[in-house]
Design a protein around this ligand. Sequence first.
Ligand code: ATP
Ligand code: MG
Length: 424
Amino acid sequence: MTTPAPLLEADVPRPVLDVIARLHELGHAVFLVGGCVRDTLRGVHPKDFDVATSALPEEVQRAFRKVIPTGIQHGTVTVVQGGTHVEVTTFRSEGDYHDGRRPSAVTFEQDIVKDLSRRDFTINAMAWNPLTHELADPFGGQQDLKARVVRCVGSAIERFSEDGLRPMRAVRFAAVLDFTLDPGTQAAIPETLPVFRKVAYERVREEFVKLLLSKREAFGLELLATTGLLDVFLPELARADAEAARLARTAAAAEPVDVEIRLAALLADLVTPPQAEEIGVRLKFPTKTIERVKLLSSHAALERHVGDPDPALRRLLAKVGLANVEALTSVARARIQARDPARLPEMDALIGRLHGLAASKPPLSAKELALNGGAIMATLGVGPSPIVGEATRFLLERVLDEPSLNEVEKLKEMLLAWRQARGS
Ligand code: ATP
Ligand code: MG
């Protein structure tokens, strides 16, 4: 068989080739494997290059000067070569699975086909040696790539019962690659949902994020819903009425492609801010992400500010913070585009005003006032007391109304007038 052209033209990094050459020289079988072979065949430059070999982890360690034992019990070590890290994994097969989560044991193998048989999908179960041009494709991966199909290696029911994350990965790959699911693979998903339910939310979240950031996120979300996966980890969307769910999926295509922006756009009109937080916690997102999604989704309905005068818009900026304006306007725009595109021009005008106001860097918080706490106390002739807080709030409100008032003398003058008016 002749080697497909994209493999011959592949741009494999020098350090990766060096690692392969060395293991080959020592008489071991060695291949590039998994995602990098799939992506190269698709004509896409791979994110990373994974090496698989018949050499045992100790043999790999001995073959190179610098090796980090990353996951040595699973057969993976990292070779530090030419300044880059190359992951090398010994061919392996997996024993019985406990609980649909973790294989009970891994066995090292000498045969690449054994290693490929334990992989999830045919398109991920190809191996290629860039020096000898040997290509191993025992499950028809190239054919499925051409047909743009995600298909399990072997029996889908069995594969999904071994590892409950695989159905989620199947849908994720379909969304990322713009492929469809093979009918047998898709049909196995509802049947194995009890196994999927046992998967740790961290693992589910990782796949969910990749799907959400893909070009076909709306298709992916829909497929998650129809297969029953979505109901397990995001029932708020799975059980929403059809139109609300469609609008949420469409809004989630928000640009720029960013997890916080896309999640906020997905959830803004679907759930309350406390529910958005609950979802973030459930899926074990970092606290920073959860807080930002909550903030962005709770202010996402920017259309209600369309007629607002500048002081009201400055108060909005004060609430969301200048650092979040870009993201907030992205979320708001995506929502309107999905829900009421006729209002896009007025939304864009509002966004223009917000950006204009933000660019002028108006004082938005007490610490940006030209008078600090000490100066306020001195002006009023008081020591630390509740009146200082009241005075600060008064000045900030005036400055939010009119930023040009934020000058020492003007603030002092206002402060004295304020005290006089209060009669104290
Ligand atoms: P990506 O470009 O998204 O990283 P990838 O194919 O490299 O795609 P990884 O999750 O990095 O995906 O996994 C690397 C390879 O390991 C896959 O191509 C597949 O062969 C195998 N693999 C990963 N997870 C599983 C799993 N849960 N079950 C079986 N094989 C898996
Ligand atoms: Mg990968």
